[in-house]
Design a protein around this ligand. Structure first.
Ligand code: FAD
Ligand code: NAD
Length: 465
């Protein structure tokens, strides 16, 4: 009998399992993902999400730099060529190193790992989890971390040419014309990879607004920058999709009127659905909302005693780091600690070029909430390190409370925004003011000086602009 059974071995589940074991709880993690007959732990993130997409983003960025930026440094290379199969093998190697790494961490921490599908089968203390093999596992606490899967569009089945994000990260040849339905995070990251490798990419987005969850100034700048790389059709309603021998025909209507486009490949990237079906026997009465997300409170407790749910299956921000932090919180609460998680300071990142990252409130949210605020902004054109990198597009924007000067939101579009945002997250976790950041010494020349200057700008005293 186990103290804790975790169903799902993604960044939510595997982190929860390791933390439980560290706290002395006898723990098992059940995950159904396999590769070459072995468990492939790490869930969506390690196998088909965060890690493989970043590996290909890196390779494709190098191709782009070699093609169009080396010359400005006086470096000549002759014609640039690349071998996509080597790129894909490199990606797979990185994925395998990480998934094997989780198996190693499980052994090291004495977490039992079971390959199979788990279903919460009976109520009480202990709970019984039934595996697809017919075996049963008993545990006093259960953490459901079954994650999410790509949302399908009705009447558009995945096939040879129509794929989801996993398919789009595994193309064996560069599509000449790539269509993507959905201009969200996946659409932009996958569109960037293939555009850099030579595809002509069209994003077909239903909403008229671009990246509505980002700060309005960031979305505007992003649309301007990405519009140079990708063809972005906003307010476009897909009317018909037809897979033929020559390609995929997509008929859609936008403000211009009706259009038909022919693509070699079409990616559907219209959000993700929770893996909540069949995770618990219906007789147990686990509460699930109308969209399929498992209902939880602020501590990830479900309506069943000692049953928790974390990560994508609970909705909210579908991010690996959110899933992991929820896993840590739940493990520590099972062990009797009083850990909390602040949902207002979870960073969001889009790994495009320029990168986009933010934490806290957007300007439109503050306006709608009637909050009095001040804004400070600093462009990377005035930052020496960004100029040296040749990546001086974008800016840092800081929103602070007009009365208390406390940081309310930080928004970055520009080089290494994904790394820079951590300073803002830490500052907000410590309830810092813009004055705190303005009085903090930032090394020169670094990109982080743009954060320092944005903090100064929030008080009208930026130095280099
Ligand atoms: P998952 O990672 O989905 O893991 C759940 C696991 O449970 C899976 O292995 C699943 O097969 C298994 N499972 C499901 N049901 C059962 C069952 N009944 N029994 C046993 N096992 C089961 N997030 C970021 O923060 N940064 C990024 O850069 C990023 N990039 C992404 C890129 C792509 C292309 C995609 C698709 C997603 C990306 N995400 C990113 C999102 C991130 O992958 C998810 O938010 C994260 O994986 C959620 O973790 P999780 O543990 O909740 O679920
Ligand atoms: P998303 O919600 O970011 O974007 C989906 C887009 O598709 C939206 O803009 C939506 O308006 C549009 N859409 C929906 N239905 C449509 C239709 N019928 N026609 C045209 N457009 C339509 O979802 P996603 O890009 O699929 O990503 C899924 C999840 O994965 C996200 O929640 C994201 O957090 C996570 N993810 C994160 C990262 C990262 O952190 N860098 C990277 C990839 C994925």
């Amino acid at each position: 009998m186990y103290d804790v059974a975790v169903i799902g071995g993604g960044p939510g589940g595997y982190v929860a399992a390791i933390r439980c074991a560290q706290l002395g709880l006898k723990t098992v993690c059940i995950d159904d993902r396999e590769k070459n007959g072995k468990a492939s732990l790490g869930g969506t993130c390690l196998n088909v999400g965060c890690i493989p997409s970043k590996a290909l983003l890196e390779s494709s960025e190098l191709v782009e730099k070699a093609k169009s930026e080396f010359a400005s440094h006086g470096i000549s290379t002759g014609e640039i060529a690349f071998d996509l199969s080597v790129m894909q093998q490199r990606k797979e190697k990185i994925v395998d190193a990480h998934t094997n790494g989780i198996s190693f961490l499980f052994r090291k921490n004495k977490v039992d790992s079971v390959l199979g599908r788990g279903r919460l089968a009976s109520k009480g203390d202990p709970y019984s989890i039934e595996l697809d093999s017919g075996e049963r596992i008993e545990a006093r606490h259960v953490i459901i971390a079954t994650g999410s899967s790509p949302r399908k569009l009705e009447g558009i089945p995945f096939g040879k040419r129509i794929v989801d994000s996993s398919g789009a990260l595994s193309f064996r040849e560069v599509p000449r014309r790539l269509g993507i339905i959905g201009a969200g995070v996946i659409g932009l990251e996958i569109g960037s990879i293939w555009n850099r490798l030579g595809s002509e990419v069209t994003l077909i987005e239903a909403l008229t607004e671009f990246l509505p969850s980002a700060d309005e100034k960031i979305s505007k700048e992003a649309l301007r920058q990405f519009g140079k790389q990708l063809s972005i059709r906003l307010g476009a309603k897909v009317q018909r999709v037809e897979e033929t021998d020559e390609g995929v025909k997509v008929r859609y209507r936008d403000a211009i009127g009706e259009s038909e486009a022919l693509f070699d490949r079409l990616v559907i990237a219209v959000g993700r659905m929770p893996n909540s079906k069949e995770v618990a026997d219906p007789s147990l009465g686990l509460e699930i909302d109308a969209r399929g997300f498992i209902k939880v409170n602020g501590q990830c407790m479900t309506n069943l005693p000692n049953v928790y749910a974390i990560g994508d299956v609970t909705g909210g921000m579908m991010l690996a780091h959110k899933a992991s932090e929820e896993g840590i919180m739940v493990a520590e609460r099972i062990a009797g600690q009083k850990t909390m998680l602040d949902p207002d300071i979870i960073p969001s990142v889009i790994y495009t070029r320029p990168e986009i990252a933010w934490v806290g409130k957007t300007e439109q949210q503050l306006r709608a909430g009637g909050v009095e605020y001040r804004a400070g902004q600093f462009p990377f054109t005035a930052n020496g390190r960004a100029q040296a990198l040749g990546e001086a597009q974008g800016f840092v924007k800081m929103l602070v409370d007009a009365k208390t000067d406390r940081l309310l939101g930080v928004h970055i579009i520009g080089p290494h925004a994904s790394e820079l945002i951590s300073e803002a997250v830490l500052a907000m976790a410590f309830s810092a003011s813009s004055e705190d950041l303005a009085r903090t010494i930032h090394a020169h020349p670094t990109l982080s000086e743009a954060l320092h200057e944005a903090a100064l700008a929030a008080d009208g005293r930026a130095l280099h602009i």
